[in-house]
Write a protein that binds this ligand. Sequence first.
Ligand code: NOJ
Length: 760
Amino acid sequence: MKMSLKRFSVLFATALCTLPVAAGTASDEKMDEFIDDLMSKMTIEEKVGQITLVTYDRSFMTGETQSKGVAKKITEGRIGGVFNVRTLEDKINIQKLAVEQSRLGIPLMFGLDVIHGYRTIWPVPLALSCSWDMDLIERTASAAADEATSEGIDWTFSPMVDIVRDPRWGRVAESSGEDPYLGSRIAEAMVRGYQGEDLASPQSMMACVKHFALYGAGEGGRDYDMVDMSPNRMYQDFLPPYKAAVDAGAGSVMSSFNDVNGVPATANKWLLTDVLRGEWGFDGFTVSDYTSVGELTEHGLGTLAEVSARALKAGLDMDMVSEGIAGNLEYCLEKGLVSEADIDIACRRILEAKYKLGLFENPYLRLSEEPVDREKYRALALEAARKSIVLLKNGNDILPLAKDTRVALVGPLADTRWELMGTWAGAAAMADEGVSIKSGISRYTSSLVHTVGAPITDNPGLARMIGVNIERSGDPDSLIAEAVSAAEKSDVVVAVLGENAKMSGESSSMTWIGLQPTQRRLLEALVATGKDVVLVLLNGRPMTLEWENEHCAAIVDAWAPGLQGGNAVADVLFGEYNPSGRLTMTFPRNVGQVPIYYSMKSTGRPHIPFRKYRTGYIDCPIEPLYPFGYGLSYSKVEYTGMTAEYDSDASVIRASVSVRNTSDRSVSETVQCYVGDIVASVTRPVKELKGFRKVELAPGESETVEFSIPADDLGFWTPDMKYVVESGEFNVEIGPDSQNTLSAKVFCDRSSVCPAKILE
Ligand code: NOJ
């Protein structure tokens, strides 16, 4: 393969001989010159070609439309990028068509959804966010880039930074949860990891921040649904992670499917131009989501020609799959819907991206690398999976288990490798190299009996959607009887239950987010044996677990932990790894509490349990089952001696707390700092995360953990959309989660900085 690649490079050099070959790292001026020259040679059809992105492989489709006649269009210079090309050979051949057979030989850009790993699969993003470990997250993104670029990927449709407060939405699995501060730090880490120091390096790929914007706030948790939100809430809670990713240098931004206050994001000029470019200074390119340009017709905005023109004019540069302008160019020009100047703007941005990616220098830059050794990132996959697991309950310190405990391992997810990969693991093709929970546990005990116990579901519609064959699942009563008999002969039951990989992810919204009734019946039967039941949960979303929390001895949330998931779960169960993950989404008690998140406002009638005329419910507490930031370990960490003061010279709140590991096990503790604005000119959340630190504590060790919170981070958006930081009293809280905190009040005098404040 290598030899033929060299040949392609030579051929490419010949094909491009009419164009000056530019260096990917050259100055903007050099890039402008190069692109000016190139564009002066392009026909309008070729320019439209650059803004046209098509799909290739049917097996990766995320919509109903499939691009047609791709090869011919490439040779005619009518395509700018291709995604979902599975093999390296295919990519090479396709690139060859573009550089050797199209008139100007402009290289294609290859995209793919590299979401949580490429060949080596990490835990799903929601899980990984529970590590609160930015260095780890950056390393996983960088490793994914290393693997993906070695197989020809220039561009990943990641990170997804949508804030989500509704676990019914299936795509919460792809998110970093509910919090804008944490979400922003993760967004930055991922962009850094993917893009590296130099985008033109063969190991770097361009990030694509998605889905701009507010895709996580669809009504009813339904995928693709409408969003209606005040600008204040947008700017305060939902937009910060997109901005953080843009500030970190993300090269591209994907528009979302949903509408935003009546205008679909894909044609929303306010979002794509005024906010993104005007306010944030974004200078990369925008791309639609899969057929979201065409879908503007379903939104009721006009014909394909009209909506495509509207999207382009709104600031959408590249059209994914709809080929809206490409298929209607003549009409659009004739009717004056678009001008060549509109097309030029978008075309230039795509060419700039290719230039920055080093593709003009060498179109085979990422097509001529040695594929990364499959072993290279195994250890990282294990580290990521271990750090993502959240211990939700550990009654009577039943965990960790002693080696050689007699384990009855029960559940339809206990002996699977594939389901541990979660959503978007399509390109992995390495599930067969994954580690099931059964095989992980067998490293610790030879006394292990596995029974399936129950089908994942008996809901026929759901079963069809998630690829489960109910008929082949076996007789439910016999399955339970077999599991109960195994439980009775064991010291402990480990029940691996929850969601299979297809139950979360795109187009997987659910109204029931508890265990499926089939699984719950099994769990009830296991609990009834009187044996301790450890529930290991596989899930892509927060689930409702009130009954389970009451009746199971321990609950370990393993999410979809990826390639090394089975080993990581076993390491936690048997104490080889002390669990350290912390929730990044609130777990409701029941679905009626949704939407639910920790940074709520107090309201004029703050909650008092079961009191009339107060905010809350009359049939259920307002508090969640497990709050944001929550997670246990096998150690005890004491928080004492909190201090907080305002340093007016530096304009920062300095806060500290002493944490001490009082156990005989080393622990990794995530210390979280929240701030609440006690009195302000607008209503404010009771608290918001403003900092966190992970500290490693040896047995008996203590450490003073310090936070320095810029006063500028304590502001808010006024009703007339100005960001202000007012003087006044703030409540600073530090603790192991969002509810269990120490607190201190601080007065921030901002009079010199913000004279327009209300409180002085
Ligand atoms: C649709 C999804 O919404 C988006 O996240 C993804 O990147 C595209 N399909 C491409 O596969």
